[in-house]
Design a protein around this ligand. Structure first.
Ligand code: NG6
Ligand code: CA
Length: 518
């Protein structure tokens, strides 16, 4: 550990808390706190970025963050799918503590409740202006299936601490296919009212199942055969929308343009922005200017488009002179998947690219490919010596870590699973989080420590998810892997029963909330 660097960081953190204590009105000192941008990609795998070893795709803007920041090789999303990962990140509570945090429908009611404390509430309490851009996937409105999409939603992101929001309700492959700005459909078209159902189709509306000839942009490979919007089959039924309907090729542009607007508008204030891209989730349908730019086809082009969005934010910060004191954390909500339901030729065009790098499994899995994701931290003012860090970090801790950075006090009982590990994120502390919990799509939990990983037995019979060709890592036997050996290949549970017992006991105590860490 480099003591000189700890000194600098400790000093910086102390001055940050002083600034907070200095109270509103003392602008000079308040400005000590950084702007914070959380760039949260969708389904971007551990091996999908050039700085993580991808060789078929150039990601120069993300490279820039890594070259001047800290790139983590043991960074974890809390879960291997979107909704539970995002829930955990934004609330600091493991999603598996609740039974309603699985992959959400597009008409799900608010999963994070207005009375819950969120990362946005935390930043607001520290005087930040807050925004959420892009993919949401945590429900909107009071009750599932009961939203009136033609009126302001009675419960939306304003109730969760976000001053501004421009979001997709769920995913690009789920209806409604419109952006929601501050709780109302953006660009609303009163001549074409919006109706949504996840139960049944609206009379006379075509579906991917019955009218495959209308899928002029992308055909499905599995699922995604309900309503057709923009020549692409979706999950769920919708009617109407008119000019409010998004065009898939413009989604990245829209999200990025609104993010830039927000930064420009609030350049003189401190801001927190949750910038959750649609890339590289399906349907992958990037803007024509990225087409033909990558030999992996649509999936590679979606990675390039993601990198472009990152570049746009950086350019904006550079122009406004904000780069130096903006803390950027870049990560992904879960690991990669190649065929997630559309015939985009992603599998056949991989050309040797390995989306999860050397990790086993991917999105949905209990294996590392499900939750170990890129994590890059960039903050020029504080991170002066770029580094690659092997320290174990988890998104579950980011709420408490950032709270400590900005001097926010978390109300007791809130963010119960989140710990202040800010020192890890800034490279000042290289002690591992002692254990990390990984949450797979079928709710199987695993515990990873520096040298070991335990996957609890489960009764899901699938070893491979056929549709996506993902190794799920399920077994009715306990699994133990030696993490000093890459790839989770040899289950050594029977050889090390005491180790199995030790990790099981950590898991039991985490479940019972009888264990804590620093
Ligand atoms: C699955 C979808 C998949 C994707 C995923 C959620 C089908 C056949 N598959 O059910 O395409 O939308 O849910 O992905 O419908 S996530 O990254 O948002 O968790
Ligand atoms: Ca995802």
């Amino acid at each position: 550990m480099n003591n000189g660097r700890i000194g600098i960081i400790t000093l910086a953190l102390a001055s940050v808390s002083n600034a907070v204590c200095a109270q509103v009105g003392n602008r000079g000192e308040e400005q000590e706190l950084p702007n914070v941008i959380l760039i949260y990609a969708d389904d971007l795998g551990y091996g999908d970025l050039e700085c993580y070893g991808a060789c078929n795709v150039h990601t120069p803007n993300v490279n820039r963050l890594a070259e001047h920041g800290i790139r983590f090789t043991n960074g974890y999303a809390a879960a291997s799918t979107s909704t539970p990962s995002r829930y955990s990140l934004l609330t600091g509570e493991y999603a598996w503590r609740r039974n309603d945090t699985g992959i959400a429908r597009g008409d799900a009611g608010m999963i994070v409740k207005p009375w819950q404390y969120t990362m946005a509430d935390m930043f607001k309490s520290a005087g930040y202006v807050t925004a959420a851009l892009g993919k949401w996937h945590l429900g909107l409105g009071e009750k599932t299936g009961c939203q009136d999409w033609n009126a302001p939603l009675p419960a939306a992101l304003g109730d969760l601490g976000f001053d501004y929001s421009y979001i997709m309700a769920a995913t690009a492959d789920r209806v409604p296919c419109v952006f929601i700005e501050n709780g109302k459909v953006a660009n609303y078209d009163s001549s074409s009212p919006i109706y949504v159902s996840y139960e049944k189709n609206f009379p006379g509306e075509p579906t991917g199942k019955d009218n495959p000839e209308l899928l002029y942009n992308l055909r499905s490979s599995h699922g995604h055969d309900q309503s057709i919007v923009n020549g692409i089959g979706r999950i769920g039924y919708m009617k109407g929308g008119g000019k409010a309907l998004w065009k898939d090729e413009n989604i990245a542009d829209s999200i990025t343009a609104h993010a830039i607007d927000f930064i420009q508008k609030h350049k003189d204030e401190r801001f927190f922005m949750y910038f959750a891209t649609n890339d590289v989730h399906v349907p992958r349908f990037p803007h024509p200017r990225f087409r033909g730019k990558n030999k992996m086809g649509l999936r590679g082009e979606a990675i390039i488009q993601f990198d472009w969005s990152v570049g746009q934010l950086l350019e904006t910060l550079d122009e406004l002179g904000l780069t130096e004191n903006t803390l950027i954390i870049l990560s992904s909500d879960n690991g990669p998947v190649v065929d997630d339901g559309y015939q985009d030729r992603a599998e056949e065009l991989l050309n040797g690219h390995t989306p999860a790098g050397a990790l086993r499994g991917g999105k949905y899995s209990t294996f590392e490919g499900g939750t170990r994701v890129p994590v890059i931290v960039h903050w020029p003012r504080e991170i002066r010596v770029p580094q690659v860090s092997e320290v174990i970090v988890s998104q579950i801790d980011w709420l408490a870590s950032l709270a400590s950075l900005v001097g926010a006090k978390i109300p007791s009982g809130s963010a119960p699973d989140s710990y202040d590990r800010m020192g890890n994120l800034l490279g000042a502390d290289d002690s591992d989080r002692p254990w990390v919990i990984e949450h797979a799509a079928n709710n199987t939990l695993s515990v990873r420590t520096r040298n070991w990983k335990y996957i609890e037995p489960n009764d899901d019979p699938r070893t491979i998810q056929k549709t996506t060709n993902t190794e799920l890592g399920n077994s009715s036997e306990p699994q133990l892997y030696d993490m000093t050996v890459e790839g989770e290949r040899e289950n050594v549970a029977t050889r090390y029963p005491a180790k199995v017992f030790e990790l099981q006991s950590i898991l039991r105590q985490v479940r019972n909330r009888t264990i804590s860490i620093r």
